[in-house]
Design a protein around this ligand. Structure first.
Ligand code: URA
Length: 243
């Protein structure tokens, strides 16, 4: 639910459109209207979602939360801060940055691919809960072949060396050879899970990339380190499945 009332400058900064200072300037210049009337002051109270706010005549919609698709490169940690390595937040451009952003689910430092960043705690919690079985799809390069035996073990729910039991997982060979490319589908996220699952069948993961979360496929056009906002339709598609 949108806040009941909010200062005009907070509204613009929360939407990553204008800083508080810029909002004050735009108000003075008469570029902002509230329900068709010129805004009176930058601390004017408005009701996001109810009042019609426009900048230069363009109506500004209100988004309570942000949801970003990041193509994480290797060497970056899935955390909000780290003393040694760059974090996924360091890759978010200023125009998409919001206070309270965090990664909804972790990838290892050396794993690449799809990380969903959001400031919506309820959504992240639901998405990560094993109860919701949101599938995450990974591509892995292995140090040797796998076949029907490994597929059956993954499908049955593997027991790791630690004794932990995994939920049933999918394993598909995408291209064979000495260093096959395989696709793994998980509905949970145990620590180093894929590496440990392959370790349990005598294989080593040489490269790992997450390519899909739920129904969302990592954009092929998103370069490593790039980030984009999910469209309202994409957000709706994910949220309607889990909340
Ligand atoms: N499994 C792993 O081993 N590492 C990841 O980063 C994700 C899944």
């Amino acid at each position: 639910m949108p806040d009941a009332v909010m200062r005009l400058d907070k509204f613009f900064s929360s939407q990553s459109i204008l800083s508080r200072k810029e909002t004050a300037k735009c108000v003075r210049q008469g570029r902002i209207t509230v329900n068709g009337e010129p805004a009176r002051a930058c601390d004017q109270k408005i009701s996001p979602g109810r009042d019609r706010i426009a900048l230069d005549g363009q109506e500004v919609g209100f988004k309570q939360h942000v949801y970003l698709m990041l193509n994480k490169p290797a060497g970056v940690v899935s955390a909000t801060e780290d003393s040694r390595y760059p974090t996924v937040l360091d890759l978010v451009p200023p125009e998409l940055y919001r206070k309270g952003l965090f990664p909804a689910g972790r990838l290892d430092k050396d794993t690449e691919g799809f990380v969903l960043l959001t400031d919506d705690g309820e959504f992240a919690h639901a998405m990560l809960s094993p109860r919701h079985h949101v599938p995450k799809v990974y591509e892995a390069v292995l140090d040797g072949p796998v076949g029907p035996r490994e597929q059956e073990l993954f499908a049955a729910g593997m027991t790791l060396a630690s004794g932990e039991v995994c939920a049933p997982a999918g394993l598909r060979v995408l291209s064979g050879g000495e260093h096959p490319l395989v696709e793994v589908t998980l509905v949970e996220g145990k620590y180093h899970q894929i590496k440990r699952m392959f370790g349990a069948v005598g294989r080593r993961v040489e490269a790992l990339k997450r390519v899909k979360i739920g129904g969302l496929i990592l954009d092929k056009t998103l370069q490593k380190g790039d980030c984009r906002a999910l469209s309202p339709q994409e957000v709706e598609a994910v949220i309607s499945r889990i909340l």
